[in-house]
Design a binder for this molecule. Structure first.
Ligand code: G
Ligand code: G
Ligand code: MN
Ligand code: NA
Length: 253
């Protein structure tokens, strides 16, 4: 209850910020995209991780206004970087279950995109397999989202319930291979086979792949050799506050 009331105030008092983690194209070493990750810093509690407050926000419904702030801030920031003359790249945001099923999600997104005059291809929405359990409803929502031109990523792929039949029906641009497979890849042949197979499957279904949690050179080289399209993880860069991410952009362009 205490945390919930602090969370409620956090929205009004601007205590949230977005960190950005780059995704790298292993062929060119260019920036392929970036994931926006929310952070909450409260005067009394310090830094509270999204792992702690997102579930509470989801339960209490506060995720809706928080999610709208994320959407707005990611688009505003992306447009600002484009206006500064950096080569445009896609920024992805994480959607929660409740947000995904909000009836005005598409309208809200259209408003934000119009507000900042952002080309919608530079916004990607990350959903998880469990959010798409109700396959027919999810498919309708995803197709409505695609109509406005945003991209869709399936996050944490391989850890949840996934029907290959749904995967074929959903208009998904990116499969994000869960970090649990990447972690053990260099020591576990089964994980190497799983990752290679996910990449082949994705390519056959006209999707691209992003590996998460890439922490070593060996992992990066192996993923490059099996044609993974983009790599994200501490090996390249930790999630950075906007100001530091701008330095990163400057150094890498
Ligand atoms: O960045 P970090 O590893 O601490 O993120 C922890 C979890 O919080 C991840 O599962 C991530 O998807 C989730 N998360 C991060 N930012 C957001 C956000 O803006 N909205 C939602 N719904 N989840 C987020
Ligand atoms: O659930 P989701 O995939 O959105 O969450 C991504 C989370 O993974 C973020 O909290 C981010 O901070 C974290 N992360 C990003 N790169 C790495 C990495 O290389 N190793 C580990 N262990 N976590 C990472
Ligand atoms: Mn994610
Ligand atoms: Na993930």
């Amino acid at each position: 209850i205490e945390l919930e009331s602090l969370l409620r105030k956090a929205i009004k008092q601007n205590e949230f910020s977005l960190y950005y983690q780059p995704q790298i194209d292993p062929v060119t070493n260019d920036i392929y995209g970036a994931e926006a990750l929310i952070r909450w810093e409260n005067k009394e509690l310090g830094l509270i991780s999204p792992g702690e407050f997102i579930p509470l926000a989801e339960e209490s419904g506060l995720i809706v206004p928080i999610g709208e702030w994320v959407m707005d801030e990611a688009c505003r920031q992306n447009k600002e970087w484009q206006d500064k003359g950096y080569k445009p790249f896609r920024i992805s945001i994480n959607l929660s279950l409740r947000q995904f099923y909000q009836s005005d999600l598409v309208k809200k997104l259209e408003q934000v995109i119009t507000k900042y005059q952002l080309d919608p291809q530079y916004l990607e929405l990350e959903i998880t397999e469990s959010m798409a359990m109700d396959a027919n409803t999810a498919s309708t929502i995803l197709h409505d989202l695609k109509k406005i031109g945003v991209h869709i990523a399936m996050d944490d792929f391989g850890t949840g319930y996934s029907s290959l039949n749904n995967l074929k029906k959903f208009p998904i641009d990116h499969l994000k291979i869960d970090q649990s497979f990447i972690r053990d890849m260099t020591t576990d042949a089964d994980d190497r086979d799983i990752v290679s197979t996910i990449i082949m499957l994705a390519h056959n279904l006209n999707m691209k792949t992003i590996a998460e949690g890439v922490e070593t050179k060996e992992q990066a080289e192996f993923l490059h050799s099996i044609k993974c399209d983009a790599l994200q993880g501490y090996y390249y860069c930790r999630p950075l506050p906007a100001k530091d991410f701008l330095d990163y952009l400057t150094e890498h362009s």
